[in-house]
Design a protein around this ligand. Sequence first.
Ligand code: AMP
Length: 214
Amino acid sequence: MMNIMLFGAPGAGKGTQAKPIMERYGIPQISTGDILRAAIKAETAMGMEAKKYMDEGKLVPDSTIIGIIKDRLTMEDCKTGFILDGFPRTIAQAEALEVIMKEIGIKLDKVISLNVPDNAIVARITGRQGCPSCGASFHKIFNKPKVDGVCDLCGHGLITRKDDTEETVKVRLESYHNQTAPLFDFYKKRNILVEVDGMKELSEVTSEIFKILG
Ligand code: AMP
């Protein structure tokens, strides 16, 4: 049983690092961003409402996100643990998470903070490419796929997220500093926060995380 959260600015490597953790420990990645993008694709009412915020780089309202997480954490595959990626993003979400987990009878074991300075974020985000089929992530400069525009793992064509533009990144960084960064102290006080240098090579970051998780 291992309940962990990946914490960090947009582009810090949360989604990328979630994949090897998922494989090694056999626990699911829970990305609220992925869940919202799936809802947009399915054109659900919730997806359409969330899209307005996401396209602008703003945070989706807490009530929507908390509802999503409540449904997801009570699913069968979370019984052996999970990796939270991109949630919580506000103190209100973190507090709601504590209530939900208390109800289920579980707690957060570790919060891994992937530290990346602001001046590296724009370059990291604007070159991102993801696989819409298997979820693998790549980068045009820092993590190139073997064949340009094609997923190494499943051969599907790669896509660039609509909100990965320089303009939107600025708003996302602002939301991060104003609303999400306070969670650092929130989890530090609970003695579960561990910091990792997110500027190291991708595989080195993974090994450090494995060392922390044991
Ligand atoms: P991500 O894939 O984590 O970068 O999330 C993409 C976008 O989805 C964010 O810019 C927000 O608009 C929205 N989003 C994802 N997770 C959350 C969350 N926990 N709280 C509020 N908005 C979120």
